[in-house]
Design a protein around this ligand. Structure first.
Ligand code: COS
Length: 407
């Protein structure tokens, strides 16, 4: 793609800065982090110092004051080297911080966003429940009105940063008699990180002064196929006491607000997916130029060169879908359909590209000696998280068919 189509000089400088960070600080440790599932606080601190944990937020809220394209460029570049680092930025910024920026009161923004945007604490988002995945309106976590506070009971699962994060936007049913997504409200809840000692060692990731929500705790860490150095756990509410000033947006609007947050989140997963695909493609391209079989570089065989040609073409197509959706969001235009298209195409592209990359590396690609097998494992969940491929097709179909699809 010609860079000048979407990017200014400033976008390219940000891209170079993130690329250098990823190559120097992440590439040397990505394989070991994948093996051990360690969440690397040191790199969180470094990303915070570079402003990468608050890219699109205003400077007066502690953000880097950059635009949406810079934000998606950041995720794209990080994921070329390691998807888990890309996810940390994406889950923290869009899922963890944007609901407060978008739907919060001035007081809520001032209280929470600077802590998040500077990277001093990590944030997350609690929508999914054991029985409410694609059917996100099927929330059964309840929030009972107790006068000056709500009492939350229930649990959220597969929550990114549930163990390491401290500020979360979560949904709960305030009107249990309401059907589907109605009667659901969003709340800001806070908790201690489970890693207080590590945070003290590194000097980040914990805000001791932040008042904590009693009755909230993180469950056990999930042992995942991919995104292994990202922290994923259950978030459990047992008579959690949430003051009324922590209601986020109007009572009853939680579901709609979260779906809106997910629209933007899907551009983030498109950026993450495209990064994985491009990372794997570049490794395969390099390997095809050095690996010899039958006395020739394998890239000179048509069977390999055609695969690389397809990968390059599809990455180009995915790049346009991604940055078109980002551009629409940046310019305040509707982007729901384009975000779903970018997410669907790029996540399936990541799976196809990484599978081909493993094939090109042959037996070596199937070992942890080369990063392509990790990239293939990291790609799979991009077809699942923040809306499965099936949900993206549903969103696109509803947008193009309108009411006709519901009969
Ligand atoms: N932005 C804002 N509002 C939206 C919206 C969006 N993207 N999509 C729907 N809404 C509104 C609708 O207009 C409707 O409002 P009214 O009640 O006023 O009519 C309401 O939200 C409910 O919408 P709908 O009837 O379409 O909801 P459904 O239960 O049919 O669910 C899907 C729609 C399936 C698209 C939604 O549940 C979804 O995206 N599921 C996947 C969830 C997901 O991605 N989970 C992963 C989380 S990982 S962090």
């Amino acid at each position: 793609m010609d860079d000048s189509l979407y990017f200014s000089e400033h976008h390219l400088q940000v891209r170079d800065m993130v690329r250098e960070f990823a190559e120097t600080e992440i590439a040397p440790v990505a394989r070991e982090l994948d093996r051990t599932q360690e969440f690397l606080w040191e790199n969180v601190a470094k990303m915070g110092e570079l402003g990468l944990l608050g890219v699109p937020w205003d400077e007066d809220l502690g953000g880097a004051g950059m635009d949406q394209l810079c934000y998606y460029i950041t995720i794209h570049e990080l994921a070329k080297v390691d998807a888990s680092h890309g996810l940390t930025v994406s889950a923290h910024t869009n899922l963890g911080t944007s609901p407060i920026v978008e739907f919060g009161t001035d007081e809520q923004r001032k209280a929470y966003v600077p802590l998040l945007a500077s990277g001093q604490v990590l944030g997350g988002f609690g929508l999914t429940e054991p029985g409410a995945g694609s059917d996100a309106g099927g929330t059964v976590t309840t929030a009972e009105d107790k006068g000056d506070h709500y009492l939350l009971n229930g649990s959220k699962n597969f929550i990114t940063h549930a163990g390491v994060g401290e500020i979360f936007s979560v949904t709960a049913k305030t009107d249990p008699s309401a059907k589907g997504g109605r009667g659901i409200t969003s709340f800001i809840i806070t908790k201690d990180t489970v890693d207080l000692e590590r945070c003290a060692e590194v000097g980040v990731g914990h805000a001791a002064d932040l008042p904590k929500t009693p009755g909230v705790r993180a469950g056990k860490k999930e042992d995942k196929m991919g995104w292994r150095s990202s922290d994923t756990r259950e978030l459990i509410f047992e008579d959690a006491v949430v003051p009324k000033e922590n209601v986020l947006g109007p009572v009853g609007d939680g579901f709609k607000n979260f779906l809106q947050t997910l629209d933007a989140g899907r551009i983030g997963i498109a950026a993450l997916s495209l990064g994985i695909a491009e990372g794997a493609y570049l490794k395969a391209l390099e390997y095809a130029g050095v690996r010899k079989q039958f006395g020739r570089f394998i890239g000179s065989f048509q069977g390999i060169s055609f695969q690389l040609a397809d990968m390059a073409m599809e990455i180009e197509a995915g790049t346009h879908l991604l940055y078109q959706a980002a551009w629409l969001k940046q310019n305040g235009k509707p982007f729901k359909k384009e975000a779903a298209m970018a997410k669907l195409y790029c996540s399936e592209l990541a799976m196809r590209t990484t599978t081909k990359a493993v094939q090109i590396f042959g037996g070596y690609g199937y070992t942890t000696e080369y990063p392509v097998e990790r990239m293939m494992r990291d790609a799979k969940v991009c077809e699942i998280g923040e809306g499965t491929s099936e949900i993206q097709r549903l969103v696109i179909a509803r947008e193009i068919l309108g009411p006709a699809i519901d009969g």
